[in-house]
Design a protein around this ligand. Structure first.
Ligand code: FAD
Length: 141
């Protein structure tokens, strides 16, 4: 039984590029053993992450992430049972922010900023799918 979960959160002040890299490394180390795949986007203090995998594994990881002191305002945006993964190619891919251009953001929202709190989960998922289609997600398998 596979599920896909997406949430948004706000980084605490101390999260910088090094902290982001540490989170990605930890994800890439832990996720394959748990059968988790997904993508993490970090822009202007906001995280947006998709997790895919077995229902129990995704739920366990989400609860661990939600209590992580490096972020707060963790808000569940989407949770669905799925027949197949969309982000199977990444233990935890990272959005290449240089591809997150204003035109792409404007396509899905009122202003050219990444604000998953202001749009529907479906819109944020469409943004991820477009980033994947345009090869804007990088990272290890
Ligand atoms: P350890 O790394 O040994 O950590 C032990 C404890 O220390 C945990 O409670 C951990 O939260 C805490 N900790 C570790 N480093 C720090 C730090 N720098 N500051 C504060 N507390 C710290 N983990 C994954 O496995 N997969 C993911 O996809 C994933 N995505 C994440 C996305 C975001 C936005 C954030 C903020 C964290 C994410 N994490 C992810 C990290 C997750 O929250 C846990 O910290 C991690 O899974 C714990 O790994 P571990 O069991 O190997 O314990």
């Amino acid at each position: 039984m596979l599920v896909r979960l997406m949430y948004a959160s706000r980084a605490v002040a101390t999260v910088d590029q090094d902290a982001l890299i540490a989170i990605l490394r930890k994800s890439q180390a832990n996720n394959p053993g748990a059968g988790i795949t997904g993508v993490l986007c970090f822009s202007e203090g906001v995280f947006l992450q998709v997790l895919e995998g077995g229902r129990s594994a995704v739920n366990r990881l989400y609860h661990r992430i939600a209590t992580d002191p490096r972020h707060d305002d963790v808000e569940l945006l989407c949770y669905e049972e799925i027949g197949e993964r969309r982000f199977a190619g990444w233990s935890m891919g990272q959005v290449n922010l240089s591809r997150l251009n204003p035109a792409l953001l404007l396509k899905y929202s009122e202003r050219p900023v990444l604000d998953p709190y202001a749009v529907s989960g479906r819109v944020s998922m469409s943004l991820f799918e477009e980033l994947m289609a345009t090869a804007s997600i990088v990272g290890q398998p």
